[in-house]
Write a protein that binds this ligand. Structure first.
Ligand code: MTE
Ligand code: MO
Length: 532
């Protein structure tokens, strides 16, 4: 039994996918030697992230939450697979159309890799080598789908050229492609398939085990703070705990590959509009500076009303104001542009780093070294400001500058230059759309107005009066506040709404606004049914 022309076209499509997969696998293996950020799909994905408009980031975070990265990579892989199948068929029908498609995809990949902020020319290599291998494999494999080519797959035969000229598919007649040819193709396809499996599995194992700072982190000593902070809080059933465990802490960043920085190779440069440029490593920080603890609630500007892109931790670190004072910022500077190891930037008002708030270079999170995806070994934490203007993870540089001279990552994409956190409150219990019994029901949740504190919280049932809720300890300026209110629930469908007042006496803004460009406003309202 032989392949019909239609089956051969199908086989060509499969060949395209196999060859592309081989190229990607080889690219990933090469990226292990160059830099993980240069890996083909990751480079394209990072470039997509960097060029996505504010609304698209909003949509992605809202739709996929912290799964946005796997979703992005999977989408790119699916698009690549479709393109590769088309390339395989095109190469079969109109050579070298398939090779041209591979080449174009390769050029896009190379540009994406070289466009990364920390890229050097070698970042082009994984994609170049991968595409080269893929093109070679495609050429050979598709050649084996053509009849009468008994040796290696070389130049197309005259008959093929003829049919190309007359614009009919170059699928040769049935009789000439026999069992021998078919077997030769299947052997070729099996070899490529085996190579895909080998590079895929090998690459996956190496990607997971090499270059990781897991062991370095395990040996990292979190310095003992010189102060103590109150973290004891009452437990409310189904209400968020006062301290968010590290494993539950929301994660938002643009890093498709998490920077892996060993603690002894980390250093920070403080430069720009300063009297003296300074370079600091962890030994110096430990020797010359005083570690302290602060309980600070981080919030993402993309958090929608009632959302969960927020977490509270005890951070251990060093005062940024002390370090800046050593460098001596210029009189007319008003911003610090912080940069992470992967090139991401945030612009923080200089005053937020030099006033008496607990702005810190954090090395500890809830008595552990920073988890790698939360910035190991060193990140910034600045009370009162959304993460995108302050919370640089894997921080390696602080440039003292001015808002009218420098733009940061998200501000250049349309988000506001300054990002003070807006007062907000959330109902955690009862769950939205749940059913509760008639009678006493505990309503509870969290409220936050970092660096202003929470002074009051009220709950309303339907259009009824506002009722004062109980604010639970601890009462800290920079952390969220747990609250509860005892509701005497009456049968029927009800709406519960919550509002907070900050420490300055300012009520939470009730007008509904989306997160773009400087944080959502509006009141959190949930629907509940009360059983009779
Ligand atoms: N290097 C780096 N730091 C970053 C980001 C990033 O994309 N890259 N995102 C910021 C944003 S938008 C937020 S909300 C916080 C989130 O910190 P977390 O992931 O530790 O919760 O990190 C900030 N620091
Ligand atoms: Mo964020």
């Amino acid at each position: 039994m032989s392949f019909s022309p239609r089956e051969r076209a199908l086989a060509a499509g499969v060949s395209g996918v196999l060859c592309a997969a081989l190229g990607v696998g080889i690219g990933y293996l090469c990226a292990l030697a160059v830099d993980r950020g240069s890996a083909p799909l990751h480079a394209v994905g990072s470039t997509v992230i960097d060029n996505a408009p504010a609304e698209m980031r909003e949509w992605a975070i809202e739709t996929f939450g912290t799964n946005d990265k796997p979703v992005l990579l999977t989408s790119i892989a699916i698009i690549m697979a479709v393109l590769a199948a088309m390339a395989g068929i095109a190469e079969f029908k109109r050579p070298p159309a398939g090779l041209v498609i591979f080449g174009i995809v390769g050029v896009v990949g190379v540009f994406a890799a070289l466009d990364r902020p920390t890229a050097v020319w070698t970042w082009a290599l994984p994609t170049l080598i991968g595409v080269g291998v893929a093109m070679g494999a495609l050429h050979v494999l598709i050649g084996r789908l053509r009849p009468g080519v008994s040796g290696t797959a070389t130049a197309p035969d005259p008959q093929l050229d003829q049919s190309t000229d007359t614009h009919t598919p170059a699928v040769p007649s049935e009789g000439e492609y026999g069992d021998v040819e078919r077997r030769r193709f299947l052997v070729g396809a099996s070899v490529v398939g085996g190579a895909v499996a080998a590079t895929g599995l090998g690459g996956w194992a190496l990607w997971r085990t090499t270059g990781s700072v897991g062991a370095d982190r395990a040996a990292f000593d979190v310095p003992a703070a010189t102060n103590t902070v109150p973290t004891a809080a009452p437990e409310l059933k189904d209400v968020t705990t006062f301290i968010t465990p590290n494993s539950d802490f929301y994660r938002i960043d643009t890093a498709l590959t998490v920077p892996q920085i060993k603690s002894d190779s980390w250093s920070l440069r403080i430069h720009g509009m300063v009297d003296r440029e300074i370079r600091l490593d962890l030994d110096q920080l430990r020797r010359e500076h005083t570690p302290f603890d602060a309980v600070v609630t981080l919030t993402c500007v993309s958090n929608s009303v009632g959302g969960d892109l927020i977490g509270n931790a005890t951070w251990t670190g060093y005062r940024i104001s002390d370090l800046l004072a050593l460098a001596g910022p210029a009189e007319d500077a008003d911003m610090v542009l912080s940069t992470s190891a992967d090139g991401w930037t945030a612009g923080t008002p200089l005053t937020a780093l030099t006033d008496n708030r607990d702005a810190m270079l954090a090395v500890g999170m809830n008595d552990e070294p920073l988890p790698v995806e939360h910035g190991y070994p060193v990140r910034m934490v600045v009370p009162g400001l959304y993460g995108y203007v302050s919370a640089t993870k894997w921080v390696v540089s602080l440039e003292v500058t001015r808002f009218d001279r420098a733009k940061a990552y998200w501000t250049s994409l349309g988000w506001a230059e300054k990002g003070p956190i807006k007062t907000s409150s959330r109902i955690d219990v009862p769950r939205p759309n749940s059913t509760v019994p008639t009678g006493p029901v505990t309503v509870g949740g969290v409220a936050w107005a970092q660096h202003r504190g929470i002074a009051g919280l009220q709950v309303r049932v339907d259009d009824g009066p506002w009722n004062d809720a109980e604010l639970l300890p601890p009462d800290l300026l920079d952390a969220w506040r747990l609250w509860k209110w005892d509701w005497n629930a009456e049968p029927g469908k009800h709406q519960l709404t919550v509002r907070a007042v900050d420490g300055d006496g300012q009520p939470q803004i009730e007008t509904e606004e989306p997160p773009v460009p400087d944080g959502a406003t509006g009141l959190h309202t949930i629907a509940v049914s009360v059983r009779s």
